[in-house]
Each structure stands twice: as structure tokens, then as C-alpha cells.
Design a binder for this molecule. Structure first.
Ligand SMILES: O=P(O)(O)O[C@H]1[C@H](O)[C@@H](OP(=O)(O)O)[C@H](OP(=O)(O)O)[C@@H](OP(=O)(O)O)[C@H]1O
Ligand SMILES: Nc1ncnc2c1ncn2[C@@H]1O[C@H](COP(=O)(O)OP(=O)(O)O)[C@@H](O)[C@H]1O
Length: 409
């Protein structure tokens, strides 16, 4: 077996010993995730590098399965968490991706953004904030006053507080007035809607590697729309939709990817603060600003299967984990002048929209997006089923959003 040069030591004996080892990766994932992530191209690519993926039965003790070098998981529920924690206590040598406690932090939309707010990132490349938000845990009748007291600007995005993987926890709405909010069921997060030109950047983190893709998002809300609309409107999971942008139609100021050094810094800080290696950050650029960004969502183990070239990046990541462990356990000290086996390779690449488009397949405005536009006062100029979606061409009035340092508002 041949390994990438970057992982190769100058010591032939070490190389030989490592290359003879198989890396066993146990995975505990939902069937949906297995389908999207564990694609034959990933399994094949990894196999060539000596990595075997083995399915874990989450109802049996993990010690009876394996042995594993690495455990990949994204399952919810206390039972699974307990099984994993017990196993890890007995087998600290196994790399668990990622620690259940750290993942838990992302399952609440309040704690999820806390680290970004604490970070207060502002560099000469731009700044990264979180939208001002308010958490409502009880008494929906108090919402209109609470919104006024907190000084939240309308419209508001209404999000369930807990993200537990259920479809319900992703049912979001847009509220044009605070009074209609008293009909909603807490616990909720009310978040200021930030106009961002209808484009969202999904920043995927895989260990030290970063990949960025553009996705369609919600269109801007103009002052006129805000004044002429009332009520609460549900909207679909726009950024998951298979709609893609026609590059030529995008306002370059909207479509331009976030500056690389800013994202590198954000990713590095969040990796450390969150204690996670597999996650994605959803970022929007406030429309009309050069580089003021808002993090609106962070997901654990996101849809990597939709990132072009993920099989190479993920395989490299697993190899780097195994190699750094091998180095810790099996190497003598005093290796000055040589490349460290566990040395992380820093990878950077932007995935341009055109690539993302071919990956995402359709270049037409699909059902959920069309549905959302149909509910809006003014449909986009050329957003019709089967036609290239040009909804992002709309230019709207910009609103002034403050950078909130406290995501709880
Ligand atoms: O909370 P949001 O931002 O919607 O994030 C979702 C979840 O991470 C989904 O994973 P899960 O279903 O495990 O929660 C993932 O689906 P897959 O991993 O199944 O593809 C989606 O991938 P994209 O469809 O690529 O966005 C990703 O966008
Ligand atoms: N504060 C916000 N301002 C503007 N658009 C937002 C905001 N929050 C969410 N959105 C839009 O709603 C979509 C879903 O929001 P998100 O918080 O990612 O929920 P989920 O975790 O259910 O996917 C985003 O992709 C974006 O299009």
C-alpha cells in the first residue's frame, strides 16, 4: 500500500510498519446519512489506503464489536450516548469523532452560537457576528413585549430552540410582526433576519481542511415588504434544496466567497472552542457590506457527501488521525529534522458555484423554493419551475444590523 507523500516518514522501517496496518473505522449513522456519506466512491478510495468502514450496531455493547481505531457517529438519544461514553472510558485509545458532550453543544440554537459571539472576530479581512436573538422558553403571550424590550428589529426568523434531527426542529418561519408570534409554541429562538442577497456560504470543516460551497438562501426582505406583510410564514429548507445559481446572474458583491484568511481563523478558533473536528458553519454576508458576516447555524457531521472531492479529503483526514496515533504510540523521540507523522496538512480550497452546480445536479428552481416564492408578495422575475432560477438578481433595500456580541440578545 502506498500512502500520500505528506504522510510519509523519512524512516523506511516506520513507513513499512504503518503501511501494513489496517485502519478500522466503525460508524454509527442513520440510514439517510449512510446513503449520503458512505458512498461507494468514498469506500473504494479509503480501501485503497487501508481504511475499512464497519457498521456498528448501536444496540449492542461496542466492546463486543470492532476493535476500532476510529468511531464515527451521528445518532441521537441518551441510550447511544451512554453506550459510547462507556466504551470510550474503557478504550481511550480509540478516536471518537466527536465527543458526545461537544456535539450536544450544537443541539441547542442558543449554545450553538455562543462561541462565535464570544470570539467577537474582527480582522482587516472582515468581521464575524451572530444575529441578535432572543430565546423564548415559555409563555408565548409575553413574546411581543419581550421582542420590544430586547430591541429586536423585524422581520424575525423563528427557529425551534432544540435541533434534535427531527423534521420539526427544522421547521422555520419568518415573522413580519411580533403579535402573531404569541400563537407559536416555545421553546423558540427569535432571530433578526439579516438581508444577505439570497446567498449562503456553507463552510465544511473536516479536521484541518476547509471547503466552501455557495447555496441559495432566502431572498432579502425590502422595507416595502416588511410594511405590507403581517403574520408568520413557514419556509422550507432552502439551503438544502437542489436549486443552484447561475453564476452570471449573481451580483458579484453578493456571490464573492468570504476571504480565505477570515474563514481559516474562524475555523481554527471554532475547532478549538467547540472541541469538534467534523462540522459545518453556515455564513451569510450582510447585503451592502463589504465583509460583515453572520454565522446563522453550525451543524455536526453535515452533508459531506455533497462536497465535491470529499472522499479524498475525508480519507486524508482519517489517515492523519491514525498516523498521529501511531506516532504517539510507536515512535521513539528525538526525530529532529524530519516531518512529523501527525503533522496536520492544512488544506484550503473553494468549491466554485459551477462545480457545486454540477454536483448538486439540477439548475432549476425546485419545489420548496418555488413554494416559498409563491407565498411571498412579489415572486422573483424569472423563477419558474424548470427554468434557471434568477431570484438572486433582486436588489433590495439594505437594513442596518448591529453586531450582537451576545447571541441571547
Ligand atoms: O441543519 P442543516 O443546515 O439543514 O444541515 C443539514 C444536516 O447536516 C443534514 O444531515 P442530517 O440529515 O444528518 O441532519 C445534511 O444531510 P445529509 O448529510 O443527509 O446530506 C444536510 O446536508 P446538505 O443537504 O448537504 O445541506 C445539511 O445541510
Ligand atoms: N438570521 C437569518 N437571517 C437571514 N436568513 C436566515 C437567518 N437564519 C436562517 N436563515 C435562512 O434560513 C435557513 C435555515 O436556517 P438554519 O438556522 O440553518 O436552520 P436549520 O438548522 O433548520 O437548517 C438558512 O439556510 C437561511 O436561508
Amino acid at each position: 500500500m502506498r500512502l500520500d507523500e505528506d504522510y510519509w516518514s523519512d524512516d523506511d522501517d516506520d513507513n513499512e510498519r504503518f503501511s501494513q496496518q489496517k485502519i478500522v473505522v466503525g460508524y454509527a449513522l442513520t440510514s439517510k446519512k449512510i446513503k449520503s456519506f458512505l458512498q461507494p466512491k468514498l469506500e473504494g478510495f479509503a480501501r485503497k489506503k487501508g481504511i475499512l468502514f464497519v457498521e456498528i450496531d448501536p444496540h449492542r455493547p461496542l466492546s463486543d464489536q470492532g476493535p476500532f481505531d476510529i468511531v464515527l457517529h451521528k445518532l441521537t438519544g441518551k441510550e447511544w450516548r451512554q453506550i459510547l461514553e462507556d466504551y470510550w472510558e474503557k478504550h481511550p485509545e480509540v478516536t471518537v469523532l466527536d465527543p458526545p458532550d461537544a456535539i450536544q453543544h450544537l443541539l441547542n440554537r442558543q449554545s450553538m452560537l455562543q462561541d462565535v459571539a464570544d470570539l467577537n472576530l474582527s480582522t482587516n479581512h472582515g468581521e464575524v457576528c451572530v444575529p441578535k436573538q432572543l430565546v423564548i422558553t415559555k409563555d408565548p403571550l409575553s413574546i411581543p413585549d419581550a421582542v420590544t424590550d430586547a430591541g429586536l428589529a423585524l422581520p424575525l426568523v423563528v427557529k425551534p430552540l432544540v435541533v434534535d434531527g427531527s423534521a420539526r426542529s427544522h421547521e422555520l418561519s419568518l415573522a413580519y410582526d411580533p403579535f402573531s408570534l404569541s400563537k407559536l409554541e416555545p421553546p423558540l429562538v427569535l432571530q433578526e433576519f439579516v438581508n444577505h442577497g439570497g446567498v449562503l456560504f456553507k463552510v465544511y470543516i473536516i479536521g484541518e481542511a476547509i471547503r466552501v460551497v455557495r447555496r441559495f438562501s432566502l431572498p432579502d426582505v425590502s422595507k416595502h415588504e416588511l410594511l405590507s406583510n403581517a403574520g408568520v410564514f413557514k419556509f422550507p429548507r432552502v439551503s438544502c434544496a437542489a436549486a443552484s445559481a447561475d453564476e452570471a446572474d449573481l451580483d458579484p458583491a453578493v456571490a464573492e466567497l468570504p476571504p480565505e484568511p477570515l474563514l481559516e481563523r474562524l475555523a481554527r478558533e471554532l475547532r478549538r472552542r467547540l472541541g469538534l473536528r467534523l462540522f459545518n458553519i453556515d455564513i451569510i454576508r450582510e447585503h451592502g457590506t463589504r465583509n460583515r458576516f453572520y454565522v446563522i447555524d453550525i451543524n455536526y457531521f453535515p452533508g459531506y457527501g455533497k462536497v465535491p472531492g470529499y472522499e479524498q479529503v475525508f480519507t486524508d483526514f482519517l489517515l492523519s488521525l491514525a498516523q498521529s496515533k501511531y506516532k504517539r504510540g510507536g515512535r521513539r523521540s528525538g526525530s529532529s529534522g524530519r516531518r512529523e507523522w501527525g503533522e496536520a496538512r492544512y488544506e484550503w480550497a473553494f468549491v466554485l458555484t459551477s462545480q457545486a452546480e454540477s454536483f448538486l445536479g439540477s439548475s432549476s428552481c425546485d419545489a420548496p423554493v418555488a413554494f416559498f416564492w409563491a407565498r411571498r408578495a412579489a415572486p422573483p422575475p424569472s423563477c419558474r419551475r424548470g427554468q434557471p432560477c434568477r431570484g438572486l438578481q433582486r436588489r433590495t433595500t439594505q437594513r442596518d444590523h448591529g453586531c450582537a456580541s451576545d447571541p441571547t440578545g
